[in-house]
Ligand binder design. Structure first.
Ligand code: SF4
Length: 683
């Protein structure tokens, strides 16, 4: 019977780490509107254009509704039984022939926590490998490294609402107004009403840069230099937070020694940030009662992403800016559940709740619970697995909802590796570029078609409820993964995602007190959550997450990034725009968003456009050492000089990932997407 009743169901946006929650009004599969509520914990009554108008993809005719099995160059429809049997038998064969480490598992950063947990359990319990990861590898893994080195937890220090009470916001490499719009609105209000000061360091004159009290434009890849110069100037002036450091931080002397090379002159020469600006920034930090640092991929997607993130956290420690509202480090998470996918163990080196695979006590406890043996060494991650495929160490992959081809770095290389695999399984809503290489494609339900939980950027766990039934024969990923595991003899029996969460609460101490009852409706909890259900909106109030409770300064050296040369004479930056999400598989299928921004472009500065005789709409070829694309020009003063900018939100021939390299951060293995010298010619 045709549904005529209006239903209002609570769900959470899947387009960024803010984690806006709202009620979705529907009649059957028709979405009438999205209504945020005052009780929405992260966003109150705000959302952005994507949260409001970005949902039509759920009814797109491109949605997959039946399993597909490769048949030569084409796919044919198959029953669930046939597809699942094939997956189980091929993966079993590959494990027997090449060993468990010949298979890589990728969990989705847009899927639920429970699904990420099951993917890593499938890898570790059923196959016996730590080869599992999620797309945090491609974005904020370096920020997590920086925080682990210095304060012990990889998550945001406090809550989004705490940013409202900061005296000073230092925003580095983040276009917050477009990437995390609701956070930008909070900061805008505090700037207007509370006298909050804003310092922005970025390559582009974006919205937040225009209204900042201080805007600096360092040379690409040199943030570590000016940050350490600010720190050295603070020490030289005697402005460091002596009491805080004495009581709460180790390795101060080593840190101060490491700052010696970062003089004002050196910083000015290398980063292009003037000595005056460095002095001004240091003075503003000194005069502020509280400072929070927000940063994103403008920092992390460099070879020095982990070190620059560490430098920011060092600066916060030096100035006593941890443990109070309005202070601390906030790496702004990109995907809606990139935090949760990592928290719940979809990482090659970490079990659920960031328990290291080399921590024997933690590993044994989980082994006992799962009745299996887990290797004590990290496996291959999202990025290193590609080299492992190239050298025949990995023969099969199981990918849940990730568009590797268009979000990984150096698309051509990724395509070659996917082609090389003996067997590839992809769960997705669409026949993505990655799914086109698969042997079996399984149709996955959308977030509004299932239940589960997400974790947003402020470590907040929230429930999503089923708004509508899965389309056609698509299924929630957690059910699919369970079906695969059981065909391999796992004997799992989860009837609802709440039972998966119950299991996690028993094996991961940071989730000890998490339950679906405590998350009912708009309820939420910020981890760590004690057994009794007490959560932690603000970290580090009395201790840092190290055995002695003290934070650690982490001394750093500067290594120069890849820079332009005579042939590749322009620097190409890339990032988000407001209207689209990543490769656009969802937002380009939502007409309200596609009409607003129908395709990609390259931003060219007015001076470079004049020099090259370019105007809006001209077609140019952009070439790097790794690939070549054609794209239309947009002349704008958001960029300057010989720096270009492209949205990363496009697929196909004009995707910026066709140009990016295999260079990576040596610790976090995050690709250096932002170190990209190119040449440009008019076509
Ligand atoms: Fe909120 Fe981010 Fe979704 Fe916009 S994209 S509605 S800011 S969660």
């Amino acid at each position: 019977m045709r549904e005529t009743r209006i239903r209002k169901t609570k769900t959470v946006c899947t387009y960024c780490g803010v984690g806006c929650s709202f009620e979705m009004w529907t009649v059957g599969r028709k979405i009438l509107k999205v209504q945020p509520k005052p009780e929405s914990p992260a966003n109150g009554i705000s959302t952005c254009v994507k949260g409001k108008f970005g949902w039509d993809f759920v009814n797109s005719p491109d949605r997959l509704t039946e399993p597909l099995i490769r048949d030569g160059d084409r796919f044919r429809m198959a029953s669930w039984d046939e597809a699942l049997d094939l997956i189980a038998s091929r993966l079993r064969e590959i494990k027997e022939k090449y060993g468990p480490d010949a298979i890589e598992f990728i969990a989705s950063s847009k899927g639920t926590n429970e699904e990420a947990y099951l993917v890593q359990k499938l890898a570790r319990q059923v196959f016996g490998t730590n080869n599992v990861d999620n797309s945090s590898r491609f974005c904020q893994a370096p920020a997590t490294t920086g925080l682990w080195r210095t304060v012990g937890y990889g998550g945001d220090a406090g809550s989004i609402s705490d940013l409202y009470v900061s005296d000073l916001i230092l925003a580095v490499g983040t276009n917050t107004a477009e990437s995390h719009p609701v956070i930008a609105t909070r900061i805008k209000r505090a700037h207007k009403l509370n006298g909050q000061k804003i310092i922005v360091a970025d390559l582009r004159m974006h919205e937040m840069a225009r209204r900042a009290d201080v805007f600096i434009h360092p040379r690409p890849g040199t943030d570590l230099v000016w940050i350490n110069a600010v720190a050295k100037y603070i020490v030289d002036q005697g402005w460091q937070a002596r009491e805080f450091i004495e009581k709460r931080v180790n390795f101060y002397d080593e840190y101060v020694k490491s700052l010696e090379p970062f003089t004002l002159e050196f910083a000015e020469k290398v980063s292009g940030v003037s000595a005056d600006d460095i002095r001004k920034i240091a003075t503003m930090i000194h005069e502020a009662k509280s400072m929070a640092v927000i940063w994103a991929m403008g920092v992390t997607q460099h070879q020095a992403g982990s070190d620059t993130s560490t430098a920011l956290s060092n600066l916060l420690l030096l100035t006593g800016n941890y443990g109070r509202p309005g202070t601390g480090g906030y790496p702004l998470r990109g995907h809606n559940n990139v935090q949760g996918a990592s928290d719940f163990g979809a990482m090659s080196a970490y079990l659920p709740g960031y328990q290291s695979v080399s921590d024997e006590k933690a590993r044994k406890k989980i082994e006992e619970y799962w009745k299996c043996q887990i290797p004590d060494k990290p496996g291959y991650d999202n990025n290193t697995c590609l080299e492992a495929i190239n050298s025949d160490r990995i023969r099969a992959m199981y990918v849940v909802g990730e568009e590797l081809v268009e979000t990984g770095s150096d698309s051509e290389y990724i395509r070659k590796q996917l082609e090389k695999l003996d067997f590839l399984v992809v769960e997705d809503m669409f026949l993505s570029e990655t799914a086109k290489y698969a042997d079996v494609v399984l149709p996955a339900a959308a977030s509004v078609e299932k239940e589960g939980t997400f974790v947003n950027t402020e470590r907040r766990i929230q429930r999503i409820y089923r708004v509508m039934e899965p389309l056609g024969n698509s299924r929630p990923d957690w059910q699919i993964i369970q079906d695969v595991a059981n065909r391999l003899g796992a004997g799992w029996n989860y009837r609802h995602p709440s039972e998966i969460m119950q299991e996690v609460s028993k094996i991961a101490p940071i989730f000890a007190g998490v339950s679906y009852e405590r998350l009912e409706g708009f309820g939420s909890l910020q981890w760590p959550v004690s057994d009794g259900g007490k959560d932690t909106p603000l970290l580090y109030t009395d201790r840092f997450n190290f055995p002695d409770g003290k934070a650690r300064f982490y001394p750093l050296k500067y290594s120069p990034p890849l820079t332009v040369d005579q042939e590749f004479d322009l620097h190409l930056n890339n990032g988000r725009i407001l209207e689209h999400f990543h490769e656009g598989n969802e937002t380009y299928r939502s007409p309200g968003l596609k009409e607003k921004v129908p395709g990609t472009f390259v931003e060219v500065s007015p001076e470079l456009a004049a020099e090259r005789g370019l105007k809006d709409g001209d077609l140019v070829r952009i070439t790097s050492k790794w690939g070549s694309i054609k794209v239309r020009v947009l002349v704008t003063d958001r960029v300057s000089g010989k720096e270009l900018y492209m949205p990363m939100n496009s697929g196909g021939d004009s995707a910026v990932n066709n140009l990016t390299s295999r260079l990576m951060d040596p610790t976090a293995h995050t690709p250096a997407y932002k170190e990209l010298p190119v040449k440009m010619e008019k076509i």
